[in-house]
Design a protein around this ligand. Structure first.
Ligand code: ZN
Ligand code: ZN
Length: 566
């Protein structure tokens, strides 16, 4: 199942691996940087690697010399490039995994490896528990504790994926089934269909064939594929994500889809409702009092039999949605088309990769009527944050764009660092349309100090949007510890908004808290945090989270026409 872009993805991954391995092996820093730069060049190249390789034009890209072109050509031909094979042979396999831990880069991993012989997560954990890192220069007790936490986090996250990847795997498997069995009813289910922020298993429901017939129809699509029970085929997707395919009789497809989509609590509550009505809902089949299956070819049939309206998959968590459905009180969830624009986009003025004009054009292509520019503030020096002068000059460029009358309307903003004491890194003398207030430093304050810091930040009221409110990175690090209830209450009181950062690695505010924000009347901004034109489309993941948090269009700022704070 090769898709367009696959070679590019593999090429970027291989070059990134080369950069890490070369540094681990102690090679020349110029070589290390050349690999890293080439990875970025390929990620951004206007054309796919195969086409460029076929025409012998790889070296026309900046940062791609002959050596790297040879590596790419080997990859495009499905071969392992020689330098990669050589480096893989010289460095233990676990080192690259160690280098990906937060707080450890290749340089420090090399120290751990050479000084203490640590070459795997397990060895690192053991060494931390034995306090052996303390003997090394630059590794204190705090670092050691953070590394232990990171190892534990990594173990919990081992087989999970971000939502887009989980969804992609499920859709790929569903497409393979459709191709093998034309006309069969097939749907993704499970966590991905519920828009869970991370997906630990791709689930697909399919009407008709037995698992054995399905296995032979799919051939070698899944690794380790095996029949697990009368209706289940399970295996491993090439990406490493576990896949479960459940087959159901055509007449029970809808019931099975509900069963394998809902959380345990959701289906349990449906089963209770069925029992109260003299029916039995179990193992994906709805049966009457004498045990005969009741036809539920579609999900609507199942819910109708239980005297309920159809419940959107995102809500099926067993968190009050069955009661709300019974009372005809389900929310009218926001949809992708409801968004009129978004705020929180970066440009080359700070750490974005595209100009103001390119970002504006991308927003126009999405049909947006406004786009809020929010480059980093001065305190974010690592991201080339803007001081008052540069921010003012950006404001002039925005005014010039708007004066030309071409959509979208550009809004002047900044992503202001929330400093450790809660003040915003924002030059008061520069007029702005909005401020995204974000924490980018001092993550490890006490919960009391962190709460006071964010309460103070949202105290700026209307015009302020609390950016990625907990700072979490899904599958990489937890958010900072903060009393979100207190922060949301403060926002409700001041009129500040909170962001659902739509980057699929963040999805922060978490959907569980979105629901609380909505209940408190705190406006939600679905922010793409785009650092490139394509990043604007990430708002779809923010919409998924908003829906999962019971938000309607009325709860979301960027579903309203600008201005919001007139
Ligand atoms: Zn940020
Ligand atoms: Zn940002």
């Amino acid at each position: 199942m090769t898709e367009p872009g696959d070679v590019r993805r593999r090429a970027v991954a291989a070059l990134e691996e080369l950069a890490v391995l070369a540094e681990l092996a102690g090679e020349n820093p110029f070589k290390v940087r050349a690999y890293a730069n080439a990875a970025r060049a390929i990620a951004r190249a206007p054309e796919d690697v195969e086409a460029l390789a076929a025409r012998g034009e790889l070296t026309s890209l900046a940062g791609i010399g002959k050596g790297i072109a040879a590596i790419l050509t080997a990859l495009a031909g499905g071969e392992e490039p020689a330098p990669l094979a050589e480096l893989r042979g010289r460095t233990p396999a676990g080192l690259a995994e160690l280098a990906a831990l937060p707080g450890l880069g290749p340089k420090r991993v090399r120290t751990l490896w050479q000084e203490l012989g640590i070459a795997s997560l397990g060895e690192l954990e053991y060494a931390c528990r034995e306090n052996r890192l303390l003997a090394l220069a630059g590794f204190g007790p705090v670092t050691q504790r953070h590394l232990l936490e990171a190892v534990e986090f990594r173990r919990r996250a081992a087989s999970a994926r971000h939502l887009p990847e989980g969804l992609r795997v499920g859709e790929e498997v569903a497409a393979a089934i459709r191709a093998a069995l034309p006309g069969a009813a097939v749907s993704t289910a499970g966590e991905a269909r519920r828009s869970c922020e991370v997906v630990s298993e791709a689930v697909v429901v399919c009407a008709g064939p037995s698992p054995a017939a399905l296995a032979s129809a799919l051939g070698g699509t899944l690794g380790d594929a095996g029949i697990r029970g009368p209706d289940t085929l399970a295996g491993l997707h090439p990406s490493g994500l576990p896949v479960r395919i459940v087959t159901a009789p055509v007449a029970s497809f809808g019931a099975a889809l509900v069963w394998h989509t809902g959380s345990g609590r959701h289906v349990e509550q449906l089963a209770e409702r069925a029992a109260a009505g003299g029916l039995r809902f179990a193992a994906g089949i709805l049966a009457d009092g004498s045990g005969n299956a009741v036809e539920c070819a579609g999900e609507w049939d199942l819910y109708t039999r239980l005297h309920l309206p159809w419940i959107p998959p995102e809500l099926r968590e067993g968190a009050g949605e069955v009661e709300a459905a019974a009372a005809a009180a389900l929310p009218d969830l926001i949809e992708e088309d409801d968004l009129l624009g978004a705020v929180h986009a970066h440009t080359t003025d700070s750490d974005g990769t595209a100009s103001l004009d390119a970002m504006a054009a991308a927003a126009a292509a999405l049909g947006w009527s406004f786009l809020g520019i929010a480059d980093h503030s001065r305190a974010a020096a690592y991201a080339h944050g803007l001081d008052a002068d540069r921010l003012r000059r950006q404001g002039d460029a925005i005014a010039a764009h708007n004066a030309a009358g071409r959509p979208p309307l550009l809004l002047r903003g900044t992503e202001a660092d929330v400093l450790a004491d809660g003040t915003l890194d924002r030059p008061e003398e520069v007029p702005l349309d909005f401020v995204v207030a974000s924490v980018h430093s001092a993550f490890r304050q006490s919960p009391e100090a962190q709460t006071a810091r964010l309460v103070k930040a949202v105290g700026h009221g209307r015009g302020t949007i609390l950016g990625h409110p907990t700072g979490r990175l899904l599958l990489a690090r937890d958010g900072y510890v903060v009393d979100l209830e207190a922060v949301l209450q403060a926002a409700a009181a001041s009129g500040a908004a909170v962001e659902i950062n739509a980057h699929p690695f963040r999805l922060d505010l978490d959907w569980r808290w979105v629901r609380r924000a909505v209940a408190l009347g705190v406006p939600i901004s679905i922010g793409p945090d785009a650092h490139e034109p394509a990043g604007l489309a990430d708002v779809r993941w923010g919409i998924a989270v908003a829906r999962k948090g019971w938000a309607t269009a009325a709860d979301v700022l960027n579903a309203r026409p600008w201005p919001w704070w007139a």
